[in-house]
Design a protein around this ligand. Structure first.
Ligand code: SAM
Length: 309
């Protein structure tokens, strides 16, 4: 995931090697994380794929089974990892994650504190954002969850920039050794208001905190606690509208939606070959709002540490 080359630069030009983690992609909702192992096979409804055929190919390659079925072998980015990881807890998804990283101003070299670690969905993206020179200290009070997260950070290649601690953050706060060192603090805890005083001590002047809570009552209590040491307190709910993009037969569109003039508005219709002929084709590409769109996930409350002088 974090292909660091010898000069500690991020490098994405690697060829697939024995031992690498790859995302085996069938379609956007059917993907699996697989560690390549010379001599092993991957099997799905399209047939049997030999790992040895994958070694030496660039990430993104289309590879074939014994029955001429195919899958794509994708590089394990945090975006894809979030979709395939095993859920040990509720997790943060891409829309919230991207908003958090942008609003917390997390860039390479930052030191970030997080609790709880949960399934490590956010941590993996935080790790890539701070790499190669920053660090994420993430804490969970659940020993088994912390251990599983550590193993997965090894597997995904981010362990050099992540430290997982077992600690009751609501009871004890963040460790004193990290006082005044954090560029950002992120909380995904049931009672985040208990941690806000400790988070204030950890942050550098003018640095930011974010707390994720599913319920508005939690947000209200957190905002009360934030008023003492923080300013610029803002809460957001990120709602993502996804569209399904697929090829449909023109005849089937008539059956459902009447004549082409009654079709949903779109700027341009393309055939699968990429030309823009409007009427001479038998199928077309349509984008329509996805029925599976995710609704409310949680509220993201951001606040900036007040300067003490
Ligand atoms: C919803 S999960 C976090 C999910 C995570 N943000 C992700 O994207 O995968 C909340 C985590 O907080 C942990 N937790 C709850 N109370 C805690 C406490 N007092 N101290 C540390 N961790 C705690 C739980 O064990 C759980 O793993």
């Amino acid at each position: 995931m974090l292909a660091l080359d010898t000069s500690k630069k991020l490098s994405f030009n690697k060829l697939i090697a024995d031992g690498d983690l790859v995302i085996v992609y069938e379609k956007h909702d059917t993907m699996k994380a697989v560690n390549v192992c010379e001599g092993s096979i991957f099997q799905n409804r399209f047939g049997v794929f030999k790992h040895s055929d994958w070694i030496g190919k660039p990430f993104g390659s289309k590879v074939y089974s014994n029955k001429s079925g195919y899958v794509y072998l994708l590089a394990p980015s945090p975006e894809l990892w979030t979709l395939v990881l095993s859920h040990r807890t509720q997790i943060l998804y891409i829309a919230d994650i991207s908003f958090v990283i942008m609003y917390l101003e997390i860039v390479p070299g930052c030191l970030v504190l997080e609790s709880g670690t949960g399934s490590g969905s956010l941590t993996t993206s935080l790790a890539r954002a701070v790499a190669p020179t920053g660090h994420v200290y993430t804490f969970d009070f659940h020993e088994q969850r912390a251990a599983s997260a550590r193993e997965e950070f090894e597997r995904t290649g981010v362990s050099s920039v992540v430290t997982v601690g077992v600690r009751d953050i609501q009871g004890k706060g963040f460790p004193d050794e990290l006082c005044g060192m954090a560029d950002a603090v992120f909380l995904d805890l049931p009672q985040p208001w208990l941690v806000i005083a400790s988070a204030a001590k950890m942050l550098k002047p003018d640095a930011t905190l974010c707390s994720f809570s599913p319920c508005i009552e939690q947000v209200q209590r957190s905002c009360e606690a934030l008023r003492t040491n923080f300013t610029d307190i803002r809460t957001f709910e990120v709602l993502l509208r996804t569209y399904e993009v697929r090829e449909v037969k023109k005849d089937s569109m008539r059956g459902h939606g009447g004549s082409p003039s009654q079709q949903p508005p779109c700027k341009r219709r393309q055939t699968s070959e990429g030309s823009n002929k409007q009427e001479s084709m038998s199928s077309t590409i349509m984008a329509r709002p996805s029925a599976e769109a995710r609704g409310h996930t949680g509220y993201l409350t951001f606040a900036r540490l007040k300067c003490s002088t």
